[in-house]
Design a protein around this ligand. Sequence first.
Ligand SMILES: C[S@@+](CC[C@H](N)C(=O)[O-])C[C@H]1O[C@@H](n2cnc3c(N)ncnc32)[C@H](O)[C@@H]1O
Length: 271
Amino acid sequence: MLTDLYFDTLRKLIYENTGIVFDDRKKYFVENRVKEHMEELGISSLKEYIYRLKVDKNVLKEFISKITVNETYFYREYYHLKALSYLVQRENFGFPVKVLSIPCSTGEEPYSIAIVLNEVLENPLKFEVVGVDIDRNALKKAKEGVYGRRSVSKLPREYLERYFDRVGEDLWRIRDVVKRRVRFYEGNILDRVFMKGLGRFHYVFCKNLLIYFDDRARVQAVNNLYDIMVDGGYLFLGHAESVSRASSLFEPVKVQDTIVYKKVTEEEDEW
Ligand SMILES: C[S@@+](CC[C@H](N)C(=O)[O-])C[C@H]1O[C@@H](n2cnc3c(N)ncnc32)[C@H](O)[C@@H]1O
């Protein structure tokens, strides 16, 4: 049984390492994950378990992997991909077009982006996609690039046939033509130094992550994204997320059927 004191210690540890906030209603969820992890490690005392989380980075990463929500699928929120394809044909950022998908979870989002760009630009060398996630187990799946029926159910059939090989009754493997254009890295959106090391991007997809953060972590994440985007670059957020109204870093613009956030350049900002 997880006491309130241990629950507080654990959620503080989670928050410090991910930005994710667990309120009291999530105690049962955390308790179940902790139990499962302790069994795997053969540890019976919570005190010892928390000590291990604090001193062993690998144990901590495994715990983080257990408490993250990895839900994702190909062509999720299609209107964003439609807006991306529209913008790529009109904006003149030069080539290769660089897109970041953070968090990328098991890879469906960055591969969807690569499929759309390959369709629009008709040359895989004209774009590069980077996928980042804090969960190393999700990234392992992303790098394998093999997906079940649920993951591909929203993908147009035509693209399933063009970009995948069927490798089992209900399994499809993404083809190299787009797979080679996507690189994956393990990292935390709140880690400023790590983020800066990723380079600069014209388009950033940051979807279905900020909902798990508090205001402080949200501001830090958006600031870090701002720093790695080119002037006039576009930020795509999940439908339940927005850049704070008070933010002067991004300007909301309507593109096709959705709102995206355009990076305001420092000079524009001063005016
Ligand atoms: C629900 S998935 C979103 C995947 C995809 N963007 C989508 O919308 O389908 C959320 C992901 O955020 C990742 N995550 C949680 N905290 C993170 C952090 N601080 N930095 C990077 N990734 C994080 C989790 O591991 C999880 O894979």
